[in-house]
Design a protein around this ligand. Sequence first.
Ligand SMILES: *Cc1c(COP(=O)(O)O)cnc(C)c1O
Length: 383
Amino acid sequence: MTKVMTPPPATTAPPVPLLDLKGQYATIRDEIRAAIDAICEAQRFIGGPEVIACEEAVAAYCDCAYGIGMSSGTDALLCAMMAMGIGPGDEVIVPTFTFFATAGCVSRLGARPVFVDVDPDTFNTTARLIEPAITSRTKLIIPVHLFGQCAEMDAILDLARSRKVLVMEDAAQSIGATYKGRKACSMGDVGTLSFFPSKNLGAFGDGGMVCTNNKVLGDRIRIFRDHGAQPKYYHKWIGGNFRLDAIQAAVVRIKLKHLDAWSQRRAENACRYAGLFGGSAVKAPVIRADCRSIFNQYCIRVARRDELRRFLDSRGIGNEVYYPVPLHLQECFSHLGGKPGDCPNAEAAAREILAIPIYPELTVEQQERVASAILEFHRGGRA
Ligand SMILES: *Cc1c(COP(=O)(O)O)cnc(C)c1O
């Protein structure tokens, strides 16, 4: 009898999660617990030395003079826009292919988000796509450094300066990413970060930061973060409570010391995937020669994405779609008149994109299992 090669049953291989924060925590547990314990003993939870130390460390890491800790990445966007005076009658240019918060904050301030398409290779917006959207009402452009890679900032900044428009980098997914050697957050008028636990630099809850090299703007943002009071109980503006708390600040500062090593591991994993997918129907992410990505996500493009998702689910392989619906087609923005076909690159990306595990602790064996399942699907295996 001839021996038939049979693939191992799906149940024998342990699942591969999209992200494994428990593995990361195991390596820093003692340091984190000691820091949290010290805060509990001091009973100082809001502001104080931990928050200031975190702001200084993160700002320095991003090559920025000022860091203002925030309650989330969303609040960082919102508070920075409040301090810039964005409001009714203003237009803010936002890529349609991003997390909701980038545009939600614009609408919450009564301004109008103007959606622009993205480049089909990098999923980031470009100066060429932004230019036709600028009007006399445009106050701000928000390039989003999606999935860990910076947008083409020189061209965007040139355009913005020539039209006297401000630029805010949404770097929620890209702390430490570089463009022509410059760090995310250090190029525009301001940059915003998120410390949501699943981001590359994640807290133990919500958190974020605004970074800037503009002292006047930085000072205003700091005042808006605390109800617009300067000094306390004397309200110059109407701000809000957008503060970062001490426990989150301590966690972020400890994790920051490991961030470069973690980003390096992600880049190595990306390199390994690129080799494994070479010559197949799977389109690996395109990283521009002048960019260094931190691979907050690793998003492949495939034609039969939804079928592949079900196949990977059946194999216990973590995956996620960022993002299934571009913002110009979201129900809550229907009053803005967006319709299918307006942003064809983003609409195609929404149909074909799939994030797969890339986290630093991913083993070579796990990675090979992820890649071979995807390749098996494309060979018409158990699809
Ligand atoms: C995560 C994210 C945000 C919001 O950050 P939160 O901390 O979750 O509020 C904003 N923009 C982008 C691009 C993000 O990925």
